[in-house]
Design a protein around this ligand. Structure first.
Ligand code: LP5
Ligand code: MN
Length: 240
C-alpha cells in the first residue's frame, strides 16, 4: 500500500486545465492509496471558507469529499496561500487539518511533514508577513471584512509578493540549510517531506551523524509529479 503527497497546486477559477488534472487524479489514482496528504497551496489563494459558495471551489471540495466518503483518509496542511482554510472547508471536503509541522509514522518510518515556508528563514520580509497573517486576532479581523474587500486585499498582497520576488535572491527563497538541520535535530532525525519552493528533489542531510532524506514536492501541475511513499521508500510519480 502507498501514501500519496501533493502540494502547490495553486488552483483558481481561471486554471481549468489544472483543476481537471486534479479531478482526474482524485478519481482513478488516489482511491487505491492508504492516504492522501495535501501539503499546502492547494489554492492560488483562499480568503475564507465562504469561498466554498463559488462553483469552482465547491467542485474541488466535493471531489475530495467523494474520495473521503469512499474510505481514503485525507489530510491538509496550510500553505502560505491558503492558510485561511478553516473548519467548514475541512468538514465539507472530508479533510483533516494537520498542524505544520507534524510527524507521522509512514510505513514504519517517522516522517516530518511541513509546507516548507518556515524553512525559508533567510526571507525575513516574508517571515514578518507570515507572523502577521498567522496571528489569530489578525485572521479574525480579516475574515469579518466583506468578501469584495478581502479579495481586493488578497490581490494587492499577491501583486506585492510578485514584485518583492523580482528583487529577492534565489537562495533567500529556498530553504535555509541551518534551519533544515535544526528542524531535523529537534524532531529526532526523521525523513522530511515539504513543498513550497517548487524545486522538486531528493536531498540528504547528515545531521549529528544521522542521514536524513528530504523530499521536496513538485508544483505538481507545472512540474508534473506527486510523491508516493511505501514500505520501500518514496519516489516521484509523473501525473498522467
Ligand atoms: O506566494 P508566492 O510564491 O508569490 O511568494 C511567497 C511569499 N509570498 C506570500 C504572499 C502570498 O503570495 C499572498 C497570499 C494571499 C493570501 C490571501 C489571504 C490573505 C490576505 C492578506 C491581506 C493582507 O506568501 C513571498 C516569498 C516567496 O513565497 C518565496 O518563499 O518570498 O514573500 C513575499 O513576497 C513577502 C514580501 O516580501 C512582503 C509582502 C508584503 C505585504 C505587505 C502587506 C501589507 C498589508 C496590505 C493590505 C492590503
Ligand atoms: Mn507555498
Amino acid at each position: 500500500m502507498s501514501t500519496l503527497f501533493i502540494s502547490d497546486l495553486h488552483l483558481a477559477p481561471d486554471t481549468p486545465a489544472a483543476n481537471e488534472t486534479l479531478l482526474n487524479f482524485l478519481q482513478p489514482t488516489a482511491p487505491s492509496a492508504d492516504a492522501l496528504y495535501v501539503l499546502g497551496d492547494l489554492f492560488e489563494y483562499w480568503i475564507g471558507d465562504d469561498g466554498l459558495e463559488h462553483p469552482f471551489a465547491r467542485r474541488i471540495a466535493d471531489a475530495f469529499r467523494e474520495l473521503s466518503d469512499g474510505g481514503t483518509p485525507l489530510y491538509f496542511m496550510h500553505g502560505n496561500r491558503d492558510f485561511l482554510i478553516g473548519s467548514r472547508f475541512a468538514r465539507e471536503s472530508g479533510m483533516k487539518i494537520l498542524e505544520d509541522p507534524t510527524v507521522v509514522n509512514l510505513h514504519g518510518r517517522p516522517t516530518l511533514l511541513m509546507h516548507g515556508d518556515t524553512l525559508c528563514s533567510g526571507d525575513v520580509a516574508y517571515q514578518k508577513f507570515r507572523a502577521m497573517v498567522r496571528n489569530p486576532a489578525w485572521q479574525q479581523a480579516f475574515l469579518t471584512r466583506p468578501l469584495a474587500e478581502r479579495l481586493r486585499m488578497a490581490q494587492d498582497v499577491r501583486g506585492q509578493s510578485e514584485q518583492a520576488k523580482q528583487v529577492k535572491e534565489m537562495a533567500i527563497m529556498d530553504v535555509a540549510p541551518a534551519t533544515v538541520e535544526e528542524v531535523l535535530r529537534s524532531h529526532a532525525y526523521p525523513r522530511l517531506i515539504h513543498g513550497h519552493t517548487h524545486r522538486p528533489a531528493r536531498h540528504e542531510h547528515v545531521v549529528d551523524g544521522h542521514t536524513c532524506e528530504r523530499w521536496v514536492l513538485a508544483a505538481w501541475y507545472e512540474q508534473g509529479s506527486y510523491l508516493l511513499c511505501d514500505a520501500v521508500g518514496c519516489r516521484a510519480v509523473p501525473i498522467r
